[in-house]
Ligand binder design. Structure first.
Ligand code: 6PG
Length: 266
């Protein structure tokens, strides 16, 4: 599997541009198993936070297909964000992840960490999810947990998770989880905060399609600070942008150290 790579060592980021969305999927699934196996061998368990949206759905299906016969007892699945709708609503991220991945695998119910959206309100739900994170990671007030892996998407407006442009206090948020009430017709959301995302060991941005090309350029090359996606900079973890050719089409690959490598090299 060949793809082009731009390295940006100054920022500890890697941008990988693949021929197709299918290759983004294959690469991510391979890395999911590799990182989970390594982490379980080392620490005894693996925590992953998954995003909603359309881009990762094929990836979840593929992880579920490969993972049908696997042992999931050491794997814990959290949500990056949730739309504040009932669990059977089409817009529910947990519903989508359940249909694409969770229904296919033998994962214990106790390992599924959904965001409550019934008989509560967004702020109370965010507090509850924060408490769940603290319990799981064994962290006290003021400490940021370290997810082993977080899969993020990116909106055309530069949002990631449910951190939209204009949402205040993104960088120095003391919360682990917050409620966000976006303007317009969008429903309220509950989302991991930027410090939690930046505390993860492996953060993957999955971005495909030409409608995202301009945003990818603004985030990766211009590092436009008004776009929340630009603010994702894991303190110690790895950050990977995985784009298909269309999403990466406006990046100056000739200016960087662009080169073609095989998948095994990265
Ligand atoms: C959500 C997300 C959100 C998503 C982006 C990209 O719940 O919508 O978690 O941050 O990842 O909006 O969405 P697409 O993959 O559909 O483009």
């Amino acid at each position: 599997m060949a793809y082009e790579v731009i390295r940006q060592p100054d920022h500890g980021r890697q941008v990988l541009i693949f021929e197709s969305k299918e290759q983004v999927c294959r690469f991510t699934v391979d890395r999911f198993w590799e990182i989970s196996e390594r982490t379980i061998n080392e620490w005894g368990r693996f925590s992953v936070a998954l995003s909603g949206g359309k881009t990762p759905q094929d990836i979840y299906v593929e992880i579920g297909r490969v993972g049908q016969g696997m042992d999931w007892r050491a794997i814990h699945v959290f949500l990056v964000d949730e739309r504040f709708v009932p669990p059977d609503d089409d817009r529910s991220n947990f519903r989508m992840i359940k249909k694409t991945l969770l229904d296919a695998i033998p994962i214990p119910v106790a390992n599924l960490h959904a965001v409550a959206t019934e008989e509560t309100d967004p702020r109370t739900s965010a507090k509850g999810y924060e408490a769940e994170l603290m319990k799981f990671f064994g962290t006290g007030p003021g400490s940021v947990p370290a997810f082993d892996m977080i899969l993020l998407g990116m909106g055309e407006d530069g949002h990631t998770a449910s951190l939209f442009p204009g949402v205040p206090d993104l960088q120095n948020d003391k919360r682990l989880v917050r409620a966000v009430e976006p303007a317009g017709a969008r429903v309220a959301r509950v989302t991991l905060t930027l410090p939690v995302i930046n505390g993860a060991r492996n953060v993957f941005f999955l971005v495909t399609g030409e409608t995202k090309a301009r945003t990818v350029r603004r985030v990766v090359e211009e590092q436009d600070p008004t776009l929340p996606a630009s603010l994702v900079r894991p303190l110690e973890g790895a950050l990977l942008f995985l784009c298909d050719r269309e999403a990466g089409s406006l990046l100056d690959i000739d200016k960087g150290e662009a080169k073609s490598v095989s998948a095994g090299v990265v």
